[in-house]
Design a protein around this ligand. Structure first.
Ligand code: GRF
Length: 193
């Protein structure tokens, strides 16, 4: 019997380097994990170009065209169900997930945060960590709940700086770490589930 393929969706709002790392990691692997859909809330995001190049289906929406979060999340949920998506991975998706999706995907929505939670939650994790003067930086993968970067931690990785690195250098190191850690975590969640 052929192994079952697990469909996942990636949600992103911007450049999509994590989206790229995820599709690159799974396109040639025999893991039976398929990125079935990109969900994007920003019609001018570069991540859409990345999806086109890899012929990944996209659902692009403008939240302003909907009455509220519930109505656009219902539209997103319909697309997820059409593409038989079982897991959602947020990769730079700049919106809080609402009840509609949380209830439809309990413990099946994961986010990547570019800092060592519970320190430095929010939209500027790297800058906040840098300005605080910490010497250890890192990345956190966590389940998504109704809060901002508050869900149960799944995995983390970190590195120590010497002190002379610039914010830009640290950002690059964090992104490199993200691109390695995210596919690994996806694999272990799905294969172990
Ligand atoms: C990443 O640093 C991720 O941790 C954060 O948003 C950034 C997205 O970057 N949540 P990219 O769009 O994947 O390049």
């Amino acid at each position: 019997m052929k192994n079952r393929c697990t469909h996942i969706a990636v949600f992103a709002s911007g450049s999509g380097s994590n989206f790229q790392a995820i599709i690159d990691a799974f396109e040639n692997e025999q893991t039976n994990i398929k990125v079935a859909l990109l969900v994007c809330d920003n019609p001018s995001a570069f991540v859409i170009e990345r999806a086109k190049q890899k012929q990944i289906e996209t659902f692009i929406f403008n939240p302003k065209s909907y009455n509220n979060k519930e109505s656009y999340e219902i539209a997103v949920k319909e697309m997820l169900s059409e593409y038989k998506v079982e897991w959602i991975f947020l990769a730079g998706y700049m919106r809080i997930i609402g009840k509609t999706l949380l209830q439809a995907y309990p413990n099946r929505i994961v986010n990547i945060h570019p800092a060592l939670l519970p320190s430095f939650p929010g939209a500027n994790g790297i800058k906040d960590a840098y300005e605080s003067g910490v010497k250890v930086f890192g990345v956190t993968l966590h389940f998504v709940d109704e809060g901002v970067d508050t869900g149960k931690i799944i995995d983390q990785d970190s590195f120590k700086i010497k002190g002379s690195e610039s914010l830009e250098e640290i950002e690059n190191r964090i992104h490199q770490l993200e691109h390695i850690l995210y596919p690994k975590v996806i694999k272990s969640l799905i294969i172990g589930s």
